[in-house]
Design a protein. Structure first.
Length: 232
């Protein structure tokens, strides 16, 4: 079955353009120009990805993203005229997985949608949970689930890929550019500061807020590493 994409854009011409390009690429598409309706559609239809404009007439896109994250980890591709790095960082902090700035190429947008969905974790038939730090952190790739201290953690697709990268080799230091390529793909350039934002979000969800050393350790001037040893 084709993936379902929810396009939230108040300008009709842009909304229809994005819908047409996505449908040509084989996606099912729902559209709306309302932030409030977008949240209703997200609850009732459970899309695989949301393309979200930030400048909506009723509910600002930032508020839509914050509310969305209270009940869903669906990937969000932000569509915005706000082009500064700080604007992008703020978007990532409220739960976006990627962003496209206006004016934009519809073909690039489709490529970014495809890349986000393609990098959704694969389900493996014979997966087995791995644990770290005497059971503090556990990951089951076959179920696409992570637990911290026995509690299930709700992660976005980007946060999940970041956690998988760090737990692949505990103790290994990954540079920001390495992690950026692993979570965003090598096809696109990106700001390394975006990784800092995703790490911050991941740390918060893991309860890793007490400072260093922690579950995810910062190696000054280099990058990040998992501060837990694998069990067994």
């Amino acid at each position: 079955m084709a993936s379902l994409v929810l396009v939230v854009e108040d300008e009709r011409k842009i909304r229809e353009l994005v819908r047409d390009y996505l449908e040509r690429d084989g996606y099912q598409v729902l559209t709306t120009g309302s932030g409030a309706e977008a949240l209703t559609l997200a609850r009732t239809h459970a899309p695989h990805l949301m393309v979200l404009d930030l400048r909506l007439p009723d509910v600002p896109g930032e508020e839509v993203a914050r509310e969305l994250r209270t009940f869903s980890s669906v990937p969000v591709l932000m569509l915005t005229a706000k082009a500064t790095e700080d604007d992008r960082i703020r978007g990532l902090e409220i739960g976006a997985d990627d962003y496209v700035t206006k004016p934009f190429s519809p073909r690039e947008l489709v490529l970014r949608v495809r890349a986000i969905l393609r990098r959704a974790p694969e389900v493996r038939e014979h997966g087995q949970a791995r644990s770290f730090g005497a059971g503090l952190l556990a990951i089951d790739e076959s179920r696409h689930e992570a637990w911290i201290d026995g509690h299930l953690v709700d992660l976005t697709p980007t946060e999940w890929r970041l956690l998988l990268a760090l737990t692949a080799r505990p103790g290994r230091v990954y540079s920001r550019s390495e992690l950026l390529n692993r979570v965003r793909g090598e096809e696109f350039e990106g700001y390394e500061r975006t990784i800092d934002t995703h790490v911050k979000n991941l740390r918060h969800k893991l309860g890793d807020v007490s400072g260093e050393p922690g579950i995810i350790e910062t190696v000054v001037g280099t990058g990040y590493r998992l501060g837990l040893q694998r069990d067994g």
